[in-house]
Design a protein around this ligand. Structure first.
Ligand code: AQP
Length: 331
C-alpha cells in the first residue's frame, strides 16, 4: 500500500505567499514526485471546520471554502492525482476527533503556544472549538493513517500532538496509527511584510495574496520597511531580512547572496531590488492567476471535483472510524 499524505488550509480567505510557500509547494512536490522517487497517495482538504474555531462570517464561509479549492486547482493540485475535498463533507473527521479526545488532557491543550496566541488575539472567543483544534487536526491526519504532512513550521506543535495521540491510542487500544511527520519546504516560515511576526491572513499589511496583480505586489513590496541599504552585517530580523528571504525563494540563493554581499560592501539600492523582487513573484503567480480565471468560469467542473473528493475521502475515513470504534469497544 502507498504511504499517504494529508494537508489542509483553513477557509479563512484568499491564500497568501506564506500558505503557498509553506504548504502548497510541499503538497505539489508530494503529488508530483520525481521519477524513481517515493510515490504517495495525496489527500488535500479545505479546513472549513477549523475556520469556525476563530471569529468568522457564516455568510462568507461557503465562498471562502470555494476560494481555497480554486487556489488549490490553480496552483496545480490535480484531482486526477490527489483527492481534493472539503473537511466538513467528511463527517467522520469529527467523529474520530471525539474518540481521540478521550486520550488527551485539558492541560496539554491549554499549554500549546498556538492556542495561547489565538486566545491573546481573540480574548472573547476562548471556545472549546479552539481548544479542540489540535485534536481535530490529529483526526484529519490519523483518519487517513497519513505519514507525511506538508505544512509550515508554525504547525509543528500540532503535529507533536498528533504523534502523541497516535502513540496513546495504539498503546491503550491497539490501533495502528502511524506517527506523522512534517514535510518541510524551503519556505516553511515566511515572515510578515511588516518585518514583525509571520505572514498571516488575519494581519493586515502582512501578506501578498496569490491573486494580487503586479501593481499590488509592487505597492506591497515598496512598503516593506528598510534601512540605508548598507551595514556591517546582514540583518537577522525586520523588513530587510524579509526581502532577502523572498529573493532567495523567488530569484534563487545566488541572487540573494549577491545582494547580501553588496549590503555589507558597496551598499544596495532598494529602488532596484524591490521592483526586481516584485516582478519575480508575479512571474510565478501570473500563470496561477490565469488558470484560476478559467476555473472560475467552469463552476460545474469545480463542483464535480468537490463531490468526487468527498466520496473518495469518506471511503477511507469510514473504514478507519470503524476500526477505531471496534478497538475502543463501541462496535
Ligand atoms: N507565514 C507562513 N509561512 C509558512 N507557512 C505558513 N502557513 C501559514 N502561514 C505561513 C502555512 O499555511 C498552511 C495553512 O495554514 P492555516 O490553515 O493554519 O491557515 P492560517 O493559520 O489560517 O494561515 P494564517 O495566514 O496564519 O491565518 P490566520 O491569520 O487566520 O491564523 C499551514 O500549513 C501553515 O503552516
Amino acid at each position: 500500500m502507498k504511504k499517504r499524505v494529508l494537508s489542509g488550509i483553513r477557509a479563512t480567505g484568499r491564500l497568501h505567499l506564506g500558505n503557498y510557500l509553506g504548504a502548497v509547494r510541499g503538497m505539489l512536490e508530494l503529488q508530483n514526485p520525481p521519477t524513481g522517487g517515493p510515490n504517495y497517495e495525496t489527500l488535500y482538504m479545505v479546513a472549513d471546520l477549523h475556520a469556525i474555531t476563530t471569529p468568522y462570517d457564516p455568510k462568507k464561509l461557503p465562498q471562502n471554502t470555494r476560494e481555497v479549492i480554486l487556489d488549490y486547482l490553480a496552483a496545480g493540485l490535480d484531482p486526477e492525482k490527489s483527492i481534493l475535498f472539503v473537511q466538513s463533507q467528511v463527517p467522520e473527521h469529527t467523529e474520530l476527533a471525539f474518540l481521540l479526545s478521550s486520550v488527551v488532557s485539558i492541560a496539554r491543550m491549554q499549554h500549546l503556544p498556538t492556542y495561547k496566541e489565538k486566545v491573546t488575539q481573540y480574548p472573547k472567543e476562548n471556545t472549546m472549538a479552539l481548544l479542540n483544534y489540535p485534536i481535530l487536526m490529529a483526526s484529519d491526519i490519523l483518519i487517513y493513517k497519513a505519514d507525511k504532512v506538508p505544512v509550515g513550521i508554525d504547525q509543528e506543535p500540532h503535529l507533536e500532538v498528533a504523534r502523541e495521540i497516535a502513540r496513546k491510542m495504539n498503546s491503550k487500544f491497539g490501533t495502528d496509527f502511524p506517527e506523522p511527520t512534517r514535510f518541510a519546504t524551503k519556505g516553511e516560515y515566511i515572515p510578515s511584510l511588516t518585518g514583525e511576526g509571520k505572514m498571516s491572513k488575519s494581519i493586515e499589511g502582512s501578506y501578498i495574496n496569490l491573486t494580487d496583480d503586479l501593481n499590488t505586489i509592487k505597492d506591497k513590496i515598496a512598503r516593506v520597511p528598510t534601512d540605508s541599504g548598507k551595514g556591517v552585517s546582514v540583518p537577522k530580523e525586520g523588513g530587510v531580512k524579509v526581502l532577502f528571504d523572498l529573493i532567495g525563494l523567488f530569484l534563487g540563493d545566488e541572487r540573494r547572496d549577491k545582494y547580501q554581499n553588496q549590503y555589507t560592501k558597496s551598499g544596495i539600492k532598494y529602488s532596484e531590488l524591490k521592483p526586481e523582487l516584485a516582478e519575480a513573484i508575479y512571474k510565478e503567480l501570473g500563470p496561477i492567476q490565469k488558470r484560476r480565471e478559467e476555473l472560475v468560469n467552469d463552476p460545474k467542473y469545480v463542483d464535480g471535483v468537490i463531490l468526487d473528493g468527498a466520496k473518495k475521502a469518506r471511503k477511507i475515513a469510514s473504514r478507519t472510524v470503524g476500526e477505531a470504534k471496534k478497538k475502543i469497544g463501541l462496535l
